[in-house]
Design a binder for this molecule. Structure first.
Ligand code: SAH
Length: 463
C-alpha cells in the first residue's frame, strides 16, 4: 500500500486509531470501575491485545509523506497512549551487574572480542544492595541486566531474585518490587527456575526480525532460537519484553515493519526500541569508519561515524529523509498504535542520540524510562555504545531529575510496580492498579476516529 498523499495518510491513522479504540473496548480494559484482574481472557483463551496489521500497512504508517503527517502520527500515538495507559510514567531502575559476554554481536561494545573493555562482575550482595538503594529511592521495578554471562548460573540468579523480592517496599510493606531479568538466551529450565524464584518479567529484544540480517549481525545465533526463547518466556508466564534496533545496516522500512509485525504477533507487554549508536570497537564501528573515510568529500548526510548508525540503505524506501532519531520516534509511535497497552520505554539510546530524545519519545507514545542505577564505579564499563547519558549521575539526583522531566511534560511518576495492565494482579487486590489510566470509554477513542487538530483534514499544511 503506497501512501503518497497526506489525506490518505490521515485516513490510515484514523482507521488504525479506530481499531485501537475497538480493541480496548472489546477487551474491557481501562473501563471506568472495571478491575483489571488479569491477562485478558476470553472463553477460548487469551484475547489478543494487538492490532492485526499487515506489514505493508505498517510500512506506510512508518513513512508519513509530509512533516504535518509525521506530527499527526506522533500526536495520535500520544493520544492513544493517554487513553490506554494514562499519564503515568513508570521508572524502572536498571542494574547492569556484569559486562562479561560470551557473544560477539556486531554492534555491541560488550562483545567478547572487545579486549579494550575493562570487565566486571558484581557480587550478589552488591546487586542486592544496589536494588535496596533503588527501592528506597522509590523505584518499584528493578531490571537486572548483563551480557550473556553463564558465570551467573541458575542458583546464583535465583538467589539474587529471591533476596530482592524479600526487600520490603516502604509505601506498601506487603507489596513487592517487580523484577525484570534481561540476561539473554538461556535454556528453558533456567527461565522456569527464575520465574519460580519470583522474576516477573523478562526483556529479550529480538533486535531485528530479518532472519538473514539477524544471522549476519549475531554470529552463531539465529532468529529462530531468539523466537523460541521468547515463546518459552511467554509459556512460563513472564510479562514479555522485546524490541528492536533502528538503523542497522541493510535494514529498510520493510524490515522495520516486519519488526513491528513481530512485536504485535507476540503481543508483547513491553517493547524497547532504540537507535543504533555505533561503537568504534565493533565490526560495525570499523565498517562505519571505512565508509566515513570513503565519503569524506561527499557530504552524503547521515551515516556511520556520526553517532547515528543509519545508512542511506536503511531509509531507501522512506518517503521523507529521516534521521535515525526521527525514524526511532516513528517506530515507537507506530508501536503504540499497534499495541495500545504495551509499556514502551523512551530508551537511553534515544536520549544519547538526541538530548531531547526521551522527552520526544514520551510525547510520541512512550510511557517508561529506565534510568541506570548501576553503582557509578561499574556503570561506565557497561559500554554497549559510547557516550551513554547520565554516566556520572548519582542515583538520588537521577530520580529527582527524571521526576522534573516527567512533570515538566504534564505527566506524573507512577508509584506502583507498573505491571502490564493486561496481567494478573500481583501482591493483593489493589496491587498493580496503581495510577489508573483515564477512564475509557474516552470520547476521543470510542467515537473514533476523532481527528486531533494536528491531523484534521483541511488544517494540515503541506510542508
Ligand atoms: N545480554 C542481554 C542484554 C544485551 S544489552 C540480551 O541479550 O538481551 C541490551 C540491549 O542493548 C540489546 O538488546 C541491544 O538492543 C542494545 N544495544 C547493544 N549495542 C547497542 C548499540 N551499539 N546501539 C544501540 N543499542 C545497542
Amino acid at each position: 500500500m503506497q501512501v503518497s498523499d497526506e489525506c490518505e495518510y490521515c485516513e490510515l491513522l484514523h482507521d488504525i486509531t479506530g481499531r485501537a479504540a475497538a480493541l480496548l473496548t472489546g477487551v474491557g480494559l481501562g473501563e471506568k470501575g472495571s478491575r483489571r484482574t488479569g491477562r485478558v481472557r476470553t472463553s477460548d483463551g487469551f484475547a489478543a491485545t494487538a492490532i492485526a496489521a499487515d506489514p505493508e500497512e505498517i510500512a506506510s504508517l512508518l513513512t508519513p509523506p509530509t512533516l504535518a503527517a509525521e506530527r499527526a502520527l506522533f500526536a495520535t500515538a500520544n493520544r492513544v497512549r493517554r487513553a490506554a495507559v494514562g499519564d503515568a510514567v513508570h521508572l524502572r531502575a536498571i542494574i547492569e551487574f556484569s559486562n562479561h559476554c560470551e557473544r560477539s554481536c556486531w554492534y555491541c561494545g560488550l562483545r567478547r572480542f572487545n579486549r579494550k573493555l575493562p570487565r566486571y562482575r558484581m557480587t550478589v550482595d552488591e546487586v542486592v544492595e544496589a536494588a535496596r538503594a533503588a527501592i528506597a529511592l522509590g523505584f518499584r521495578t528493578v531490571v537486572l541486566q548483563s551480557g550473556e554471562d553463564s558465570w551467573y548460573d541458575e542458583r546464583t540468579i535465583c538467589t539474587m531474585v529471591r533476596r530482592i523480592k524479600g526487600i520490603p517496599t516502604p509505601s506498601s510493606p506487603a507489596g513487592q518490587v517487580a523484577i525484570t531479568l534481561s540476561l539473554g538466551e538461556r535454556p528453558r529450565a533456567e527461565y522456569a527456575a527464575f520465574r519460580e524464584a519470583g522474576a516477573d518479567r523478562y526483556l529479550l529484544k529480538h533486535e531485528t526480525a530479518d532472519p538473514d540480517l539477524y544471522r549476519r549481525l549475531h554470529p552463531g545465533m539465529s532468529f529462530t532460537n531468539r523466537k523460541q526463547c521468547l515463546h518459552w518466556l511467554r509459556e512460563l508466564g513472564y510479562q514479555v519484553g522485546s524490541g528492536n534496533i533502528v538503523g542497522l545496516p541493510g535494514q529498510t522500512v520493510s524490515t522495520l515493519a516486519a519488526d513491528l509485525a513481530f512485536l504485535a504477533e507476540l503481543d508483547v507487554e513491553m517493547a524497547g526500541i532504540g537507535p543504533l549508536i555505533v561503537h568504534p570497537e565493533t565490526p560495525l564501528g570499523k565498517l562505519a569508519k571505512r565508509n566515513e573515510a570513503r565519503r569524506s568529500n561527499a557530504n552524503s548526510g547521515y551515516g556511520y561515524g556520526k553517532g547515528s548508525g543509519l545508512t542511506a540503505d536503511a531509509m531507501k524506501d522512506a518517503r521523507l529523509p529521516a534521521d535515525p532519531v526521527t525514524m526511532t520516534l516513528r517506530t515507537v509511535a507506530v508501536t503504540r498504535l499497534l499495541l495500545p497497552l504495551a509499556h514502551l520505554p523512551a530508551t537511553s539510546a534515544l536520549g544519547t542520540a538526541d538530548p531531547q530524545g526521551r522527552q520526544r519519545a514520551l510525547q510520541a507514545g512512550a510511557n517508561v524510562v529506565m534510568p541506570d542505577l548501576t553503582p557509578p564505579r561499574y556503570r561506565r564499563h557497561y559500554e554497549i555504545y559510547p557516550n551513554k547519558i547520565c554516566l556520572f549521575e548519582d542515583p538520588s539526583s537521577c530520580f529527582s531529575c527524571l521526576s522534573r522531566m516527567i512533570t515538566g511534560l504534564g505527566r506524573y511518576v507512577a508509584t506502583d510496580p507498573g505491571h502490564s495492565p493486561k496481567w494478573p494482579l500481583q501482591g493483593g487486590d489493589d496491587a498493580g492498579q496503581g495510577n489508573p489510566a483515564p477512564a475509557l470509554p474516552n470520547p476521543a477513542m470510542t467515537n473514533p476516529p476523532l481527528p486531533s487538530p494536528a491531523m484534521s483534514k483541511g488544517e494540515h499544511s503541506h510542508d
